[in-house]
Design a protein. Structure first.
Length: 388
């Protein structure tokens, strides 16, 4: 079994396979430091925490994770809070920086004898629909080699070799450009709210998410072609103050902006997620916008589904779960896509050359008020927001 990529998907899968006594090796094109220091998401759904716990992978997050169960919406109509951790199924998020989770998963994988080759890039997967699947790899010194494998799990993300190696005729691609871009910011500053903050403002969306007690994630909706370094730190903070209505609801705690990136919100799903012996997992299977922080949670869920299916097939000869892998994961992926799409419609004026149509703007305002006033809408939101 060869796993491409040492992100959340690849490392959860690798740990599950080792626990089931199945030999596997991970190919990772980056070095260990890069993998462990890549600041990414950090909002773990309750189901993700349960998956990590039942596979003995939750020690770090139990020690340092912070529960988060409240989100605050700031709109022209005023401010309201949803205690989503007590609504619906009553599940909070656990905030635990993803690079810390990846570090934990990696350490555990190596502790139990896992084999990983850093600085080794998978170039292509071939023969996946035949008897001898193999992976062409490029070593750190540039030499290329070929790894044979009974199964290959592509956990190598949106630009990886796994996704590229599926023949175009064997897969359908569902793509959506949401027409919205965000300037993602990481601030060396403690959180300014005790909640996930969503600011809906005529100048554009702004978001606030705690990453840890000292680090906070902010988002600013920006033009499609914006450059991440276009504004000074001070200009960014002033705009965040305006959109989060700081004069009305309290100042933001400022600090140095240590990371900036512009992300164009897009979604992309491949069907099916299996091509013979090749399985697509995590971002290699589907890209989802960060509007509802679902990406890493889907990756962990899919890794567990595939890990259990491979264990049944390789240990007991039962291939039913393996044959059902794609359909089972796609059901979760599309449910997450639907809610993330709904969130994009809630948080942003509908994109368009002439801006939001007045009719669309009224629909959006009604959607926001329903979330503010209707207990059943709030239960649905809570279940969709934290659920996977
Ligand atoms: N060969 C080997 N490794 C590769 C290759 C390749 N050709 N291409 C990419 N990789 C590695 C990357 O260096 C990275 O470590 O694969 C890993 C992919 O990890 P992620 O991009 O984190 O993807 P995944 O594990 O699916 O997690 C997806 O987690 O990163 C968050 O929110 C983000 O939605 C995303 C989720």
């Amino acid at each position: 079994m060869v796993i491409l990529g040492a992100g959340p998907a690849g490392l959860v899968l690798g740990n599950l396979l080792l626990r089931a006594g199945i030999d596997c090796a991970v190919l990772e094109r980056s070095g260990r430091d890069d993998v462990q220091n890549r600041a990414r998401a950090g909002f773990l759904a309750a189901n993700t925490v349960r998956i990590l716990a039942r596979n003995g992978l939750d020690e770090g997050l139990r020690r340092n994770g912070q529960e988060h169960g409240v989100c605050e919406f700031r709109t022209d109509d005023g401010r309201f809070r949803l205690d989503y951790g007590r609504l619906g199924s009553g599940d909070p998020h656990t905030v635990y920086p993803q690079h810390e989770l990846v570090t934990d998963l990696l350490a555990r994988f190596l502790d139990v004898g896992g084999r990983i080759r850093f600085d080794t890039e998978a170039v292509a997967v071939s023969g996946a629909d035949g008897p001898t699947p193999s992976v062409t790899v490029r070593e750190a010194d540039g030499r290329t080699g070929r790894w044979r494998a009974r199964y290959v799990a592509a956990c190598d993300g949106r630009h990886g070799a796994g996704r590229r190696s599926v023949p175009t005729g064997a897969v359908r691609r569902y793509h959506r450009d949401h027409g919205v871009s965000w300037l993602g910011l990481l601030a060396e500053a403690p959180p300014s709210l005790d909640a996930v903050g969503y600011a809906l403002h005529p100048r554009g969306y702004a978001g606030h998410m705690a990453r840890s007690a000292e680090i906070t994630r902010y988002y600013l909706q920006c033009p499609r072609d914006a450059r991440a370094d276009a504004w000074s730190d001070e200009r960014v903070w002033d705009e965040l103050d305006v959109r989060m209505r700081a004069p009305e609801y309290g100042p933001l705690v400022r600090g140095r902006l240590v990371r900036r990136s512009v992300v164009d919100l897009a979604s992309d799903v491949l069907e099916p997620l299996r091509h013979g012996a090749l399985f697509l997992v995590g971002d290699a299977a589907a890209l989802i916008s960060p509007s509802a922080a679902k990406g890493a949670n889907l990756a962990v869920l899919e890794a567990e589904i595939l890990g259990q299916a491979l264990a049944a097939a390789l240990r007991r000869g039962d291939r039913a779960a393996l044959d059902g892998y794609s359909d089972r994961c796609l059901a979760h992926i599309w449910r997450a896509q639907e809610f993330s799409h709904w969130m994009i419609g809630l948080l942003h004026e509908p994109p368009g050359p002439e801006g939001a149509s007045p009719f669309e703007a009224r629909l959006r305002r009604s959607r926001i008020r329903a979330l503010r006033d209707s207990p059943t809408q709030q239960d649905w939101f809570a279940e969709s927001y934290v659920g996977i």
